[in-house]
Design a protein around this ligand. Structure first.
Ligand code: HEM
Length: 148
């Protein structure tokens, strides 16, 4: 499908895994994520993306405990509150398993995306024809050189 091809094009430097590009993108509901809330099976939502961090629990420099508190839930706020480094953000990619279902996203993030679609129409998105809703506000902000 055209839209899916566009998504994979924009994801080239983000979280694309060979086997998990366009048609392989999985969507999870909050309920599904919530089921993975133990130290042996730990999923997290950060910025509307779903991560299986089971293998990372013991390696986390901030300790296993804080991750367990967020297990199965949306850890965006606590992740950002800590002020994680760029390295930490890049580490996220290896645990990426899919996207939070559109219906389960907070209205806020939809609003941010709408705003970005409008305000960036003539700068960084020109010529890309990306489906911005799927790309996500944060990655657009990261790649954009436009003053915000
Ligand atoms: C999979 C998601 C996460 C990854 C990949 C990750 C990675 C890291 C890394 C690499 C560090 C070392 C410092 C840095 O480079 O920023 C760190 C520190 C830390 N993280 Fe995370 N983290 C994750 C999620 C979380 C969450 C959800 C919380 C809070 C609930 C958290 C709390 C902390 C704390 C408290 C520290 C210690 C900061 C310090 O001692 O200065 N992390 N994390």
């Amino acid at each position: 499908m055209g839209e899916e091809t566009e998504i994979s094009a924009k994801r080239e430097n983000q979280d694309a895994k060979d086997e998990n590009t366009d048609s392989g993108v999985k969507y999870y509901t909050r309920e599904e994520v919530q089921a993975h809330n133990t130290s042996k099976d730990t999923w997290l939502i950060i910025h509307d993306k779903v991560y299986d961090i089971t293998g990372f629990m013991e390696e986390h420099p901030g300790g296993e405990e804080v991750l367990l508190e967020q297990a199965g839930a949306d850890a965006t706020e606590s992740f950002e509150d800590v002020g994680h480094s760029t390295d930490a953000r890049e580490m996220l990619q290896q645990y990426y398993i899919g996207e939070l279902h559109m219906d389960d996203r907070k209205k806020e993030s939809k609003k941010v995306v709408d705003h970005l679609v409008n305000s960036h129409r003539n700068c960084c998105t020109r010529g890309h024809h990306v489906s911005l809703l799927h790309v996500g506000a944060q990655s657009l902000l990261n790649s954009c050189k436009h003053p915000h």
